[in-house]
Design a protein around this ligand. Structure first.
Ligand SMILES: [Zn+2]
Length: 248
C-alpha cells in the first residue's frame, strides 16, 4: 500500500494539477511553450511557466516593467507639482494618509526573518521599512502619480489596474531596501569582516498589496493627474520650444 507524505491541502492541489487540462501552447504571441496545466507543473491553463513568472514579477504576462529612466521625468514632475501645490487640502490629506500608514504598521521585521510570513504581513513590513528609513511621503505619492502618467502616455498600455499597482509597488519595494549584517573578525592578515545582505524578493501577491495601498492613499490626487501630466510635458520639451512658448 502506497503512503502519501503530502498534507491534505498539497494532496488536493496535486490532484487538481493532474486533472487540469489547458491549452496546448501559451497564449503570449510567438511563445510556443506548453501551458503549465499541459505540462502538469501548475494550474494555469493559458500560460507557460516563464510567462506566469513574468506576471508575478511585472503584473503583466508579456509587457515588461517601466524602467527607472522612463519613470524618472514623471516622478520629478509629480514631486515638483506636490511642492508647488503644498497649500492644497488634497495634497495635505494624501501626505497625511501616507505618513499615518508608515507609522501605523509598527516596527519593521528584519529581512532575514520574513520566511513564512503572509503576503499582507510582508507588505506591511515594507511600509514599516519605509517609515524606519524616513522616506519622504511626497516621494511615495510621486511614484504612484508617475506610474499613472507613464500609463497615460504609453502608446501600448497594459489596461489592467494590477499592472500599475505592481509598477508602483516595485519602486516602493526598492525604496524600502533590505537588511544588512556585518561581523568583524580577526584574520591572520589583519581585520576581516563578513557581510550579509538580504533584499526581499520583489514579486508575487505582496506587490499587489503594496500597490493597492499606495493607490488608495494617493486617491485624493487622482483628479489632478491630467494637470500634473501637462507640467511634465512642458518640463521635458526641448529648450528651444520652451523658449518660443514663453516668448508668446
Ligand atoms: Zn509563454
Amino acid at each position: 500500500m502506497s503512503r502519501s507524505y503530502l498534507n491534505p491541502r498539497h494532496q488536493d492541489l496535486k490532484t487538481r494539477i493532474c486533472q487540469s487540462t489547458g491549452l496546448p501552447t501559451c497564449m503570449v504571441l510567438n511563445c510556443g511553450r506548453a501551458t503549465m496545466a499541459r505540462e502538469q507543473c501548475g494550474l494555469n491553463r493559458y500560460y507557460c511557466r516563464t510567462h506566469v513568472e513574468h506576471f508575478r514579477r511585472h503584473g503583466s504576462y508579456s509587457k515588461p516593467s517601466y524602467t527607472a529612466s522612463q519613470l524618472a521625468p514623471y516622478r520629478a514632475a509629480a514631486l515638483a507639482w506636490l511642492t508647488e501645490n503644498d497649500g492644497l487640502a488634497v495634497v495635505a490629506a494624501a501626505r497625511h494618509r501616507v505618513i499615518t500608514r508608515m507609522w501605523a504598521v509598527g516596527a519593521p521585521t528584519n529581512a532575514f526573518r520574513l520566511r513564512g510570513m503572509s503576503p499582507s504581513a510582508r507588505s506591511r513590513n515594507v511600509w514599516a521599512l519605509l517609515g524606519a528609513r524616513q522616506v519622504d511621503a511626497d516621494q511615495l505619492l510621486a511614484v504612484w502619480l508617475a506610474v499613472c502618467m507613464a500609463h497615460h502616455a504609453d502608446p501600448q498600455p497594459e489596461r489592467k489596474l494590477e499592472y500599475r499597482h505592481v509598477q508602483a509597488a516595485k519602486v516602493l519595494h526598492r525604496l524600502a531596501g533590505g537588511s544588512h549584517r556585518r561581523w568583524d573578525g580577526q584574520a591572520t592578515m589583519g581585520i576581516s569582516a563578513t557581510e550579509l545582505h538580504k533584499y526581499p524578493a520583489s514579486r508575487g501577491v505582496v506587490l499587489r498589496y503594496i500597490g493597492q495601498t499606495i493607490a488608495e492613499l494617493a486617491s485624493p490626487l487622482d483628479g489632478y493627474i491630467p494637470a500634473i501630466s501637462k507640467t511634465s510635458i512642458s518640463m521635458h520639451r526641448p529648450k528651444r520650444v520652451r523658449q518660443q512658448a514663453q516668448a508668446v
